[in-house]
Design a protein around this ligand. Structure first.
Ligand code: 2AM
Length: 192
């Protein structure tokens, strides 16, 4: 690969198939909605944007051996960015946020130590379900609180570095590398 080629990169979580199938069932006809396909559903942990391909080894090294243990995540609630009658993005929420924030911060720190600046947009963990053209919507009737809708839970014990490639049928997210999160207790007992 050309080392100066620019790659659009982000770290994120893959979503288990069973949860993806339930998320797809949320789809309703909404004017101007571009619903995400199953292969597009993911949760972004840290967005890097455009990075030289030659820096890939540094990016991957920054994500290895992070001091964050595996945890359980529940997908629940439906929200939107933008006003419900003029939405930009409809998403499924997740709880608890604290574990994800820890993982996000550990990644950010690792990236910063390697001279890679993460995106400064405030971290708001979500799974994008649909994107909207200008003037699209409304999505008011689709919104649900986490108490009203629990989609399912899964174990977060790994994350991935994704490349986003823009295509005619929307973005394609390709996995470059997966990173396993290690239970600290297991690491200690393996060491000892
Ligand atoms: P979104 O789904 O809310 O648009 C690939 O584009 C992934 O990176 C998407 O999950 C997208 O979030 C996220 N992303 C795109 N631009 C971003 C930015 N400037 N800051 C943070 N995340 C971004």
């Amino acid at each position: 690969m050309d080392k100066t080629a620019k790659l659009r990169l982000f770290f994120g979580l893959e979503i288990p198939q069973a949860i993806k199938q339930r998320l797809l069932q949320i789809q309703q006809p909404v004017a101007g909605a571009r619903w995400q396909r199953a292969d597009q559903l993911h949760l972004t942990l840290a967005f890097l944007g455009s990075v030289d391909a030659g820096r890939l080894p540094v990016v991957c090294d920054a994500a290895r051996n992070l001091p964050v243990e595996p945890f359980e995540l529940t997908v629940c609630g439906i929200g939107c960015f933008g006003a419900p009658d003029r939405p930009k993005n409809l998403w499924a929420g997740v709880q608890p946020k604290e574990d994800l924030v820890r993982l996000h911060c550990a990644l950010d720190q690792g990236l910063a130590q390697s001279g890679l600046a993460g995106e400064r947009r405030r971290f708001h963990p979500h799974i994008t379900l649909s994107r909207f053209k200008k003037g699209a919507g409304p999505v008011t009737e689709l919104l649900q609180s986490p108490e009203q809708l629990v989609v399912g839970s899964f174990a977060v014990d790994r994350f991935a570095l994704f490349q986003s490639v823009r295509g005619e049928q929307g973005s394609v997210y390709q996995i470059i590398e997966r990173f396993t999160m290690m239970d600290q207790g297991k690491i200690d007992s393996a060491d000892g």
